[in-house]
Design a protein around this ligand. Structure first.
Ligand SMILES: Cc1cc2nc3c(=O)[nH]c(=O)nc-3n(C[C@H](O)[C@H](O)[C@H](O)COP(=O)(O)OP(=O)(O)OC[C@H]3O[C@@H](n4cnc5c(N)ncnc54)[C@H](O)[C@@H]3O)c2cc1C
Length: 457
């Protein structure tokens, strides 16, 4: 039997929290209020206390720390720059974008260093990222991607390998080549977010769980059980942001879903290879992302239903049957040796997508700050965001606060049904493009058209 939802497989692994931290009861005051106890909120709290141990920092969380994408993701700690370099460069110039690429690359070491210092066991394993091209069109995209990333400062760590070199690492039947990114790592997401929550509490941060913020205003966060006043209020709700009044069209909640197999027998692993435990994906337009877990399962992630009308959210990560079928088909295509493996768990979650598909972090003159819109690369980015938000909140002008994503303002998404039509249109075009390319066609222009439809390109 496949478990559906229950937040994520990662919580089946470590157990859902049995109790909640106390909710906010009555009005209170703090120096900084953080809304949302995912990686972004917790990293921000962590660095605030590291910079100013006496600061009163309170985190308000609707469910429990790690309920959102931070406890559900694919565990890729990639340090990758996932957004449109040129868009940032238009306003800030190319050297500033290169500085941000370097800062992103540094997040992997930083997360690992803090995890070690705080005694957080998150199954962290340093490994390469391997993106596999499975047809000629994808091979072309791979080669373009390597050049593009080298141009923006990743030349030292990104390179391509041929089909034989891929199969020395992992046997994927259709592989025609691969892109390697060094300096990345695999994690168990829920272990990281749980450990981080405990680490910030040890530093004196208060976390109230079961406390939904109903309104953010200058100087306060309102909840049903009290108002928490503070000169600085930070919105760290990423994919959930559309549920907050005033922010309904700020970031679109895009869905991503995953499955986890049962632990595979050693003879199956022998057929698959994958001894390097690379974080592994493909070059489909509707790309997948996989990991080999601590105990020898395969997780496969990809888009299912890309977006729900009116920015609605899933219920505790429960995916639909078609999504599970699609993910299982990807598993069987890339890892035929695991065809008979039981699917133990399937789940989904939301990530935040801004109108220009570029992540931002900032603090307004009204004392309201934010970070997010990571477009699916938030495990490492949230760490950079947390360090940057902490600097902004304390009024520090640092190298981080000078990066081009800081205080970048982006227009809102369109009202429905345009949002739904745009995103579903884009993914429909991706599907057609992938099918044509799989049949031997050249890189499809349809996908680019799809990207333009939603402002991705
Ligand atoms: C299925 C999936 C796979 C992914 N895989 C990867 C990956 O492999 N690598 C990668 O880099 N990124 C990945 N991402 C993206 C990454 O997980 C996120 O970008 C990142 O976790 C965002 O962290 P966050 O703290 O900003 O948001 P979240 O972790 O979503 O936390 C937001 C928190 O705010 C709380 N909240 C919401 N509304 C309120 C409210 N009104 N009041 C109080 N609290 C509220 C929520 O309950 C939640 O706990 C994935 C995302 C998903 C969904």
């Amino acid at each position: 039997m496949t478990t559906l939802g229950d937040v994520s497989f990662w919580y089946s692994d470590i157990g859902l929290p049995r109790t909640r931290r106390p909710a906010l009861s009555g009005d209170a005051e703090a120096d900084v209020v953080i809304v949302g106890a995912g990686y972004t909120g917790l990293w921000t709290a962590y660095y605030l206390k590291a910079l100013d141990p006496g600061l009163r920092v309170t985190v308000l969380e609707k469910h429990f720390a790690g309920y959102g994408a931070s406890g559900r993701n694919g565990g890729w700690l990639s340090g990758g720059f996932a957004w449109n370099h040129e868009r940032y460069a238009e306003m800030a110039g190319a050297p500033a974008v290169r500085r941000m690429v370097q800062a992103m690359m540094g997040t992997v070491d930083e997360v690992i260093a803090v995890a070690e210092a705080e005694g957080i066991d998150a199954d962290i394993r340093r490994c390469d990222e391997l993106m596999v091209a499975t047809n000629d069109a994808q091979r072309q995209r791979l080669s373009d991607e390597v050049k593009h990333r080298a141009k923006w400062g990743e030349q030292g760590r990104v390179f391509s390998i041929d089909a034989d070199a891929v199969s020395e690492r992992v046997r994927i039947p259709e592989a025609k080549g691969g892109m390697i990114v060094t300096g990345t790592a695999r994690i168990q997401p829920a272990k990281l977010v749980r450990g981080l929550a405990e680490a910030v509490e040890r530093r004196g941060v208060t976390i109230h769980e079961g406390t939904e913020v109903t309104r953010i205003v200058s100087g306060a966060a309102h909840t049903a059980t009290g108002i928490l006043r503070a000169p600085v209020v930070l919105r760290c709700t990423e994919g959930f942001t559309a549920t907050l009044p005033g922010y309904r069209r700020t970031w679109l909640p895009l869905n991503s879903a995953q499955i986890a197999t049962e632990p595979l027998a050693p003879e199956i692993w022998e057929r698959i290879g994958w001894d390097g435990h690379e974080i592994l994906g493909d070059f489909d337009h509707t790309y997948c992302y996989c990991q080999r877990t601590r105990e020898g399962r395969i997780t496969v992630g990809a888009r299912g239903v890309p977006y729900r009308f009116g920015s609605q959210l899933d219920r505790d990560g429960t995916p639909d049957a078609e999504t599970v079928r699609r993910l299982t088909a990807i598993l069987h295509r890339h890892f035929p040796a695991a065809r008979k493996a039981r699917i133990d768990h399937a789940w989904c979650g939301v990530l935040g997508v801004p109108r220009d598909w570029c992540a931002t972090v900032g603090l307004g003159a009204d004392g309201i700050g934010w970070a997010g819109g990571y477009v699916g690369v938030g495990v490492s980015t949230s760490n950079l965001a947390g360090r940057t938000l902490a600097d902004l909140a304390l009024g520090r002008r640092t190298e981080l606060t000078g990066l081009p994503w800081v205080n970048r303002r982006v227009r809102e998404w369109e009202p429905e049904p345009l949002r739904w039509l745009g995103v579903h249109g884009m993914y429909r075009l991706y599907d057609i493009a992938d099918r044509r390319e799989r049949a031997g066609g050249p890189p499809s222009a349809l996908a680019r058209f799809g990207n333009r439809l939603t402002g991705r390109e």
